[in-house]
Design a protein around this ligand. Structure first.
Ligand SMILES: [Zn+2]
Length: 286
């Protein structure tokens, strides 16, 4: 059984984590907005390829541009939370994370009239050190999480999670369905290829071959991944500039090809199809 899942994290081009000039709302409001044209590119692409996707939306976006969330919902796409103020979870405490999550869920539910049950943390920032986040997700009605990046990563990452396939998380009496990012093993190294800078960096023939060899693929794209004209954020390091801007001109065509060569679904479709009694259970209790 193949489960290839298409998801987008809906945020602006300046929602770059861990960087002084793009940290908080005080900085964000000084930048031009590019979300509408970038969303149109995504909508057109999904229409052309007749593909459904899940959209993890930042609450701040929903408050600034409610029409963006309404457009996503109006097209019948699934909406999840990507937090309210797009901050790293491991830099928060349980109290601040709870209220941020609650705000995002409330804003999104008020706009769409639908329950939010899926979540992805900014920067995949649920790690070994802040597993308490899973208890809070469960408390606020999240039943499926997509925050696990089961390899090392600049922001977050959960290498000890071990599973790069649909799983169930058990922790402190709660249970959550988990759809982590996938990787393939090359020379004993975990290679991520299915989203963001990784997808933009690798040539398509590699991505195609790795996808053929993967029964499970979890993607993540942002509106800015399709925007070669976005301004360059000046205070990023050379490495981060490379990761942020490599391959932007080709993403749209490349993704269209990928969606033509393989069948992708949204999370709602995948979660129906998966036999959750058969998936590995990851017990995060010490
Ligand atoms: Zn994000």
């Amino acid at each position: 059984m193949k489960n290839r899942i298409l998801t987008f994290d809906i945020e602006e081009w300046f929602h770059i984590l861990d960087n002084p000039s793009t940290q908080t709302e005080n900085e964000w409001i000084q930048f031009e907005s590019r979300i509408h044209r970038n969303m149109d590119r995504i909508f057109d692409l999904l229409e052309r390829s007749q593909t459904r996707a899940t959209f993890f939306c930042v609450g701040w976006i929903a408050k600034q541009y409610p029409e963006v969330i309404k457009a996503i919902a109006g097209k019948g796409f699934e909406i999840g939370s990507h937090s309210d103020m797009h901050q790293l979870v491991y830099q928060q405490n349980p109290k601040t994370f709870s209220s941020d999550l609650e705000n995002s869920i409330k804003t999104l539910e008020d706009l769409t009239g639908k329950k939010v049950t899926v979540f992805r943390a900014p920067g995949f920032s649920i790690t070994e050190k802040n597993k308490w986040a899973f208890e809070i997700l469960a408390r606020f009605g999240i039943t499926l999480d997509c925050s696990i990046f089961p390899a090392s990563r600049a922001h977050g990452g959960f290498p000890s999670f071990q599973k790069a396939e649909p799983s169930k998380i058990r922790y402190n009496g709660i249970e959550l369905k988990e759809l982590p990012i996938n990787y393939i093993n090359i020379l004993n190294r975990e290679v991520i290829f299915s989203g963001g800078g990784y997808f933009r960096f690798f040539p398509y023939p590699f991505i195609k071959k790795w996808t053929e060899n993967s029964d499970y693929v979890m993607t993540y794209f942002h509106p800015r991944d399709f925007d070669p004209q976005q301004p360059v954020i000046k205070d990023l390091s050379p490495l981060r500039k490379f990761k942020s801007y490599v391959g932007l001109k080709k993403t749209e065509k490349k993704l269209e090809k990928w969606l033509t060569d393989f069948h992708f679904t949204d999370i709602a479709t995948a979660r129906e199809k998966i036999d959750w009694d058969q998936v590995p259970v990851v017990d995060l209790n010490p």
